[in-house]
Design a protein around this ligand. Sequence first.
Ligand code: NDP
Length: 340
Amino acid sequence: MFGLIGHLTSLEHAQAVAKELGYPEYADQGLDFWCSAPPQIVDTIKVTSITGQVIEGRYVESCFLPEMLANRRIKAAIRKILNAMAHAQKYGINITALGGFSSIIFEEFKLHESKQVRNIKLEFDRFTTGNTHTAYILCRQVEQASQKLGIELSKATVAVCGATGDIGSAVCRWLDARTDVAELLLIARNQERLQALQDELGRGKIMGLEEALPQADIVVWVASMPKGIEIDFSVLKEPCLLIDGGYPKNMGNQIQHPGVYVLNGGIVEHSLDIDWKIMQIVNMQVPGRQLFACFAESMLLEFEKWYTNFSWGRNQITVENMDKIGQISVKHGFRPLLSF
Ligand code: NDP
């Protein structure tokens, strides 16, 4: 059995979902309530591969909200993730993806040092961040969507916002090794990590977001921002392809400009309907078939019975492992989302 640990994007989102699901008493509650809410299994999932194989999974809602980080409720955030992991393990789930901010909190606050959660000793090889598949899908989106728009990678400048992150650095590695992209712009805040990435790649210009945006033909957004930022679309090139892989989204405003194309990044489409409710709640356009690539990674590991933390730690994703997960992604009927 596979598992998905997820969370909602904001307090407002959580309140709306509670109302929709018929829990009006939860819908009026503020952040304090969510800080004390325990994890819950809220969905049972059945996925059929195009090979005919069928697997079953569970969705664990951690009750974490990004506002907990913005409001310095760090202990609550940590508790949410550890409790959700313990819940998944207690339930006997073989391989569980740490969706969205779950793996960011795990790494940022060094939760590998907190193996014991009450009477459960966490077995980390039952978990995966899902970031290798996410990075692979984002790269395929860059390659395929640019082609659709007539943007030639060999002449294109690609900016990666969040370049030094786990997903961002993997995207840079792939774009460097597997494509003939003309120029890479590396965006993040910590200069030391940017310098280390530039040294590793042997290329790429370190740049601030404002300076980079007008130069980019393609922007891959993979910064860990608890809330999206407003973009001035008028400074962008035409055409410009924006692939937003953030959860919550990095871009706070909706597209308003001709020639600017926004793609939901790190999202896969399955060839067959998935029997679940959860993707409706996170507002996927086609909730029966579209999902986060990190969640799909735990499904893929379950299909192949690779019960191991395939994606783990930080900035260790190799192009070879992206290839490996990419091959089984295709084999089981997943493909990158390409509709704008
Ligand atoms: P990491 O924490 O590993 O990396 C985050 C990156 O963002 C770092 O480079 C960080 O560098 C940068 N960053 C953070 N804040 C800012 C800012 N204000 N401006 C510029 N850069 C910034 O995160 P991950 O790689 O694990 O995840 C990245 C995003 O992808 C998250 O939003 C996450 O929720 C999402 N995600 C999506 C998935 C999917 O399936 N679609 C799956 C998993 C994650 P610095 O701190 O130096 O600025």
